[in-house]
Design a protein around this ligand. Structure first.
Ligand code: BG6
Length: 483
């Protein structure tokens, strides 16, 4: 029993949160480059506060500074990746999940030929990874679509974007067919309704029916994902391509059947994008939801045939926390989670950002997903955002992080022992990076500390935290020694 011998241990990052170099080598502006630093997001009003307006975007386009736009500077992974890969190799990484920034390859999304400088960058990066025998897992879309597509088409609201995305993915498959075997289409595809701009380039003030626009964007992403899955299989024999879901595991607040029903409905809405990508069709309950909400989603019979013919090979997901639901919100104490606000489980502790810590929830999630989809699974994000203190002699004693991972790994291994086919685990994130939701650096996830503060001050030097050596041992023993 235990993990498979070729278990893919590693870490995960996204281009827009690490690379920086926002205007280097022909890169165009992406939706991430206009995301501002938001240290004081009110948990009760998450969706509104992470949203953007057309006026915000106009101001951001004029701004040349990076201070208010931390994703423009990232952690300078674009230039420092050799040093970072050496550290990942020292930890024993078998894999690194990263994304290819669409705007490095097609700066506005509409060029007909790819930007050679962008391709060259990733070619060199993958070559270095292979020197270390670190297998790339590449996300094709991780919250970084070209801004020009958001402003011109309102992002994925427009069907035309499907062709543009397929062109980008085909350029990646052509260029990297010998380098990359594992691909993911859309990061946390279910997030379109939680943060429509970041996830799908939808500018809310550009539509008078946001819900309709969001579900139309979902549909376009599903079709794009299926076409890209087809292209991947045809262009890279032996490749594996997966969907990626935010696993927002939800429990009933009590055994009151009304709470059970509320929780069932929450989970159903969370699963539905993966359902479409795995089963190749919309669940009946979702089609009914469209009717009940007067949503008229344009989908052709050709679209439905494309979905049916091209299911994904595996299911990947992020897991950070769980929540509880009730038929009556007054029964709940609200807290934040991964881009959601929901009921806090009184049995669980929480991080400084209010996300509950629920290792057993990871086991439950693995069992639920495997039972539902019968496909190999991959955990491609899991981790804990925390404030770290760098000591004068450059150490970080992050026993809280070790405790978090240790508990999650123990439950992950129990799920595998129960029969779940798990391909790998990539922590979010192996190195400190800019937060997706708040653009903070001080919300630290890494085994490696990056000397950079929220305003971009610092040497950018990298320092190993205590968790670095701990994770190194976990990988070396394939999870047998959790310390
Ligand atoms: C996931 C995203 O939702 O959560 C990552 O895929 C993100 O991009 C991670 O960084 C953690 O969220 P945050 O907001 O703390 O960075």
């Amino acid at each position: 029993m235990g993990l498979r011998k070729d278990f893919l241990w590693g870490g995960a990052v996204a281009a827009n949160q690490v690379e920086g170099a926002w205007n280097v080598d022909g890169k165009g502006l992406s939706v991430a480059d206009v995301a501002t630093y938001k240290p004081k997001v009110d948990v009760k009003d998450y969706r509104k506060q992470v949203g953007v307006s057309s006026a915000d975007i106009d101001a951001a386009i004029k701004a040349t500074d990076t201070t208010d736009y931390p994703k423009r500077r990232g952690i300078d992974f674009y230039h420092r990746y050799p040093e970072d890969l050496a550290l990942f190799n020292e930890m024993g990484f078998k894999t690194l999940r990263l994304s290819i920034a669409w705007t490095r390859i097609f700066p506005t999304g509409e060029e007909t030929e790819p930007n050679q400088a962008g391709l060259a960058h990733y070619r060199e990066l993958f070559a270095k990874m292979h020197d270390y025998q670190i297998e790339p897992i590449v996300t094709l879309s991780h919250y970084e679509m070209p801004l020009a597509l958001a402003t011109k088409y309102n992002g994925w609201a427009d069907r035309h974007v499907i062709d543009l995305f397929v062109r980008f993915c085909q350029a990646c498959f052509t260029a990297f067919k010998d380098d990359v075997k594992y691909w993911l289409t859309f990061n946390e595809i279910d997030s379109v309704t939680r943060h429509p701009f970041t996830s799908a380039g939808i500018i809310p003030d550009q539509t008078d029916n946001l819900l309709q626009t969001e579900y139309q964007a979902f549909h376009h992403q599903f079709v794009a994902s299926a076409l890209v899955t087809k292209a991947c299989h045809e262009m890279i024999p032996g490749s594996q391509i997966g969907c990626m879901l935010t696993k927002l595991t939800d429990y009933p607040n009590s055994s009151d059947p009304r709470d059970v029903l509320a929780s069932f409905n929450k989970n159903t809405m969370n699963y539905f994008p993966a359902d479409v990508q795995v089963f190749g069709e919309y669940p009946a309950l979702i089609l009914n939801y469209f009717k009940e909400h007067d949503l008229d989603i344009e989908m052709t019979s050709e679209d439905l045939a494309i979905l049916k013919a091209n299911p994904v090979d595996f299911v990947s997901f992020s897991y950070y926390m769980s929540m509880v639901s009730s038929y009556d919100e007054n029964n709940l104490t609200l807290t934040t989670g991964n881009t959601v606000v929901g009921g806090k489980n009184p049995h669980l502790p929480a991080t400084e950002w209010g996300w509950t810590v629920d290792p057993v929830g990871l086991r439950i999630s693995l069992l639920q997903l495997y039972d539902r989809y019968h496909k190999p699974l991959m955990i491609v994000e899991n981790g804990m955002g925390a404030k770290d203190d760098l000591t004068a002699d450059h150490h970080v004693h992050d026993d809280y992080r070790i405790k978090y991972f240790k508990a999650h790994f123990a439950e992950m291994i129990k799920a595998v022992d129960a029969g779940v086919d798990l391909l790998g685990y990539t922590s979010w994130a192996p190195i400190d990076l800019v937060s997706a939701s708040t653009s903070q650096m001080s919300k630290r996830y890494g085994f490696i500390y990056v000397d950079e503060d929220d305003l971009g001050q610092g040497s950018l030097n990298r320092y190993k935290k205590d968790s670095f050596t701990w994770y190194q041992k976990v990988i070396a023993t394939n999870g047998a020694d959790l310390g």
